[in-house]
Design a protein around this ligand. Structure first.
Ligand code: THU
Length: 157
């Protein structure tokens, strides 16, 4: 038998003093997007924004449906929108925030899998910024840190 240990490092930083100006702008875009989320069924509003290498910041928020499984999370709305409008620009930062006080709101497993696809597609790590309480932000260098053993194109070969 062989045991495999996995360790993950996440960092907590202060929004005002420890994020770059550009990172702050991405989180501000996510916080703005949270206001227009369409979440009448869960009342759990989520905002996201992706910073691309070309400098564009693409927002997204959760979009629910009366047929519940059709709804889509904020992170994927933002990423798919970026993939539509700027298919050749690498996503480098993804910020996520929730309207509820129950912060931080970590991305769901499906969104983590979608993020892995974007990292692979662009062969580039995407830094995650998860809004937290008291002006703090959780930072994660790559989605792989929070989705070990992920499924990717190499599995299909
Ligand atoms: N949601 C997101 O937008 N992102 C996540 O990572 C977790 C969940 C949304 C989906 C649904 O509209 C609501 O939050 C409650 O699950």
């Amino acid at each position: 038998m062989k045991k495999i240990d996995i360790s993950t490092q996440v960092t907590q930083v202060d929004f005002d003093t420890e994020l770059t100006e550009q990172e702050k702008q991405v989180m501000i875009a996510a916080r703005k997007a949270v206001d227009t989320a369409y979440a009448p069924y869960s009342n759990y509003n989520v905002g996201a924004a992706v910073l691309l290498e070309n400098g564009e910041i693409v927002p997204g928020n959760n979009q629910e449906n009366a047929v519940f499984p059709l709804g889509l999370c904020a992170e994927r709305v933002a990423l798919f929108s970026a993939g539509t409008s700027f298919p050749n620009s690498k996503p480098i930062v993804l910020a996520v925030t929730i309207a509820s006080d129950n912060k931080p709101g970590f991305p769901c497993g499906s969104c983590r899998q979608a993020m892995v696809e974007f990292e692979n597609r662009f062969d580039h790590k995407m830094k995650l910024l998860i809004d937290s309480k008291d002006g703090q932000v959780i930072t994660i260098d790559t989605v792989r840190d929070i989705l070990p053993f992920s499924f990717d194109q190499s599995n299909l070969k």
